[in-house]
Design a protein around this ligand. Structure first.
Ligand code: ADP
Ligand code: MG
Length: 412
């Protein structure tokens, strides 16, 4: 058989069971959620009311990321659907407010779940909140249903655009004749209710639940369950699961992180054509994840901060010794000229440098010299090549490259 560029990759060892890599992704909901039976039972004991045709109390769920909030709520949603059967009079709606991130969007989206005809849909823009609310109320009231609305990451929406949604949804029952609505709010932030209007808060705080972080042993159980579905037997070396669990427990007992570590370790092992996933692959996965986090932080910096960072990168690359704020500012002024962007003051640049320092992207030590003179000595805390690569993704630096090609300047 003829070989081509894919040949050597085609007979690469399979680490994951066929097509089962997805099982380690956060979107997958397992049939059983170890160490969350208690939480699921409490949810069930509140929501069972809906199956009897009555309105359950509103529920607020708190917990750090990766404590299984989303998984448990989606799980219970599926159970409600199963228990309701064909003639179900309970509707369960799940919405992630980080995706649908305006009050208008949430109300419109909920309303449209009840619309079959396309031309009856609530438009995605152009109405007032009150108009959307009225349309939503009418749609809900067309049936004698109990409607459970789970709003995931609700804290993000409230931070961004206030508590309108919760205000409307928590009082909608007063305006409904047939339907009944109950809300499950899910938040990563324990203090989130303090942002709510007191009336909204008291209506929302029917039942409060806190999901505690997992400890290392619990994470091991979660990983074992998933790995038996995702990997062939014997592919994982003994130490792999305990290591993933220990690393994730150190963070704050985040099951998502534990699963990501395991998945990425598997992918690295596969790429290296290794027969097994080893401890070393987990450590490499940890490094990769840390690097990805840094890259993402850099990618989302404001333009001026990116410019400052680029100046630091340039200086480090050039081998400038004892890089000071003044050096960075000189480079920055030149760069602003080339990019045609009005330069900020040195004072502002000093602030941006401090911000980068606080984010852990650079390290700035205060150095005293002579008679009370002080300056900062700046170092990159992240890998240079990687940082430069991420910065260069930003179109703002395109002209810098052209400039470099045309003029053999020291800059860049
Ligand atoms: P949260 O919403 O609290 O941030 P998630 O529910 O998204 O956390 O959980 C993160 C990941 O961990 C998901 O892949 C989820 O399936 C998994 N997970 C969390 N808790 C459990 C559990 N008790 N059993 C099995 N998998 C879990
Ligand atoms: Mg979640």
């Amino acid at each position: 058989m003829e070989t081509n560029v894919f040949t050597q990759h085609m007979d690469r060892r399979q680490i994951f069971k066929k097509n089962n890599r997805e099982i380690l992704r956060p979107s997958y909901i397992p049939d059983v959620l170890p160490h969350r039976q208690e939480e699921i039972n409490s949810l069930a004991s509140v929501l069972v009311t809906a199956l009897k045709g009555e309105r359950p109390s509103n529920i607020l769920i708190f917990g750090k990321t990766g404590t299984g909030k989303t998984a448990c709520v989606k799980f219970i949603g599926n159970e409600i659907k199963k228990a309701g059967g064909e003639e179900a009079t309970v509707t369960f709606i799940y919405m992630n407010c980080e995706v649908v991130d305006t009050s208008y969007g949430v109300l419109q989206n909920i309303g449209n779940q009840f619309v079959k005809d396309f031309d009856q849909r609530i438009p995605f823009t152009g109405l007032s909140i009150m108009q959307v609310y009225n349309m939503l109320r009418d749609k809900l009231d067309e049936q004698n249903h109990v409607i459970i609305i789970a709003l995931d990451e609700i804290d993000k929406l409230v931070y961004k655009s206030g508590d309108d949604v919760l205000y409307h949804l928590s009082k909608i029952n007063d305006d409904l004749k047939k339907a009944r609505v109950s809300v499950i709010g899910i938040s990563n932030d324990l203090l989130f209710t303090e942002m709510l209007d007191p009336r909204v808060r008291s209506r929302m705080e029917g039942e409060k639940m806190v999901f505690p972080p997992y400890n290392a042993d619990q994470l091991k159980d979660i990983l074992r369950q998933r790995s038996s579905l995702a990997f062939d037997e014997g592919v994982l070396e003994e130490a792999v699961i305990p290591l993933c669990a220990a690393l994730a427990a150190q963070e704050h007992g985040d099951a998502r992180r534990a699963l990501d570590l395991l998945r990425i370790a598997g992918e690295i092992a596969e790429r290296e054509n290794s027969e097994k996933v080893q401890e070393l692959h987990v450590l490499k996965a940890k490094n990769k994840m840390e690097l990805d986090t840094v890259s993402e932080a850099i990618r989302t910096l404001p333009t001026q901060s990116k410019m400052v960072l680029m100046c630091i990168v340039t200086n480090v690359e050039r081998g400038t010794e004892k890089l000071t704020t003044g050096d960075v500012y000189e480079t920055y002024k030149e760069m602003s000229r080339i990019l045609g962007m009005g330069p900020l003051t040195q004072r502002r640049i000093t602030d941006l440098i401090s911000e980068l320092d606080m984010m852990g992207i650079i390290h700035a030590r205060v150095r005293s010299f002579g008679r009370g003179g002080r300056t900062k000595e700046i170092d990159l805390s992240v890998p240079l090549a990687e940082t430069k690569k991420v910065l260069e993704e930003d179109d703002v630096f395109v002209s810098l490259k052209h400039y470099k090609q045309r003029n053999q300047t020291t800059l860049m």
